[in-house]
Design a protein. Structure first.
Length: 279
């Protein structure tokens, strides 16, 4: 449904939809182009929210932080007023992280022991995981210092150059969270990386960022999701981590960051310092 959005436009022809990235039905994610600059954009597409105005969404999402993708447009597609899109600028020459590292097959939605990422290569995986984790952590720390805890970060929101995360999208998830659609089988972004307190709508601080970062680094380094079960509709809710075949100091650090209880995790500054990135 709505795959025919390809080649359609937003903003009186300025933004062109080019490639489908992820999602089904109403909630979909596309890559596109800003014809005014010939730069790349990411387009999040959904049913127009019942209780959210486009102007209100824009006003609430004007704040910018280094590495968080710039909001270019929020509004309806040209000639289609029942739907809307949020469009963000993609860093020049960056690639969508799942296209580079691969992502799980649909069977991974089942509650089972996770399989390796499809493109996982053991050689140099730890070094790459640390580089990705440090660069993503710097973006999240800068945003947190400005008062925005981006607790829904995950690989599907990230754009990379080489082994560095250079852009992170969050407004798309905020748009979907505000949508009138609350029950669906294939979310645009998998929620495997949520801290438990995020899924439960409890108080969140930067230790939720540590939880997500630790899971992602563990997965990038080993090719395996680091918990025994994997549910598409939430992150882990039970402390059933798998043993990580990693150098002991790194395995210990990631284990501490993936504690179900937020109180048992290090804060973001301590975690990044131990990764070699003092903030």
């Amino acid at each position: 449904m709505h795959d025919d959005l390809r080649d359609k436009t937003f903003g009186s022809g300025r933004f062109l939809v080019e490639n489908h990235l992820q999602g089904e039905g109403l909630r979909q994610l596309f890559a596109g182009r800003d014809t005014a600059t010939d730069g790349g954009v990411i387009i999040s597409y959904d049913k127009l929210p019942k209780y959210t105005t486009i102007d209100g969404f824009i006003a609430a999402n004007q704040a910018h932080s280094p590495g968080v993708l710039e909001l270019l447009f929020a509004g309806t597609p040209d000639g289609e007023p029942s739907y809307w899109g949020v469009i963000e600028r993609v860093p020049q020459n960056a690639r969508w992280l799942p296209d580079v590292l691969g992502r799980p097959t649909p069977q991974a939605f089942a509650d089972s022991v996770p399989k390796r990422l499809p493109s996982f290569e053991p050689g140099g995986a730890v070094a790459r995981a640390l580089a990705l984790g440090r660069s993503a952590g710097k973006i999240l720390a800068d945003s947190a210092a400005r008062g925005a805890i981006l607790a829904r970060a995950r690989p599907e929101t990230m754009w990379i150059t080489g082994d560095r995360v250079v852009g992170l999208s969050q407004r798309s998830e905020l748009m979907f969270a505000a949508s009138w659609v609350t029950a669906f089988s294939m979310p645009v972004f998998d929620r495997y990386y949520y801290a438990p307190e995020v899924g439960r709508n409890q108080r969140v601080d930067d230790r939720a960022l540590v939880f997500s970062l630790a899971i992602m680094i563990a997965e990038w380094a080993t090719g395996l999701y680091p918990f025994k079960t994997k549910r598409f509709d939430s992150g882990p809710t039970e402390d059933n981590q798998i043993a990580l075949d990693l150098p002991a100091p790194l395995a210990t650090l990631l284990h501490s960051g993936m504690q179900i209880s937020a109180m048992r995790r290090p804060n973001l500054s301590s975690f990044l310092a131990d990764l070699g990135l003092g903030v």
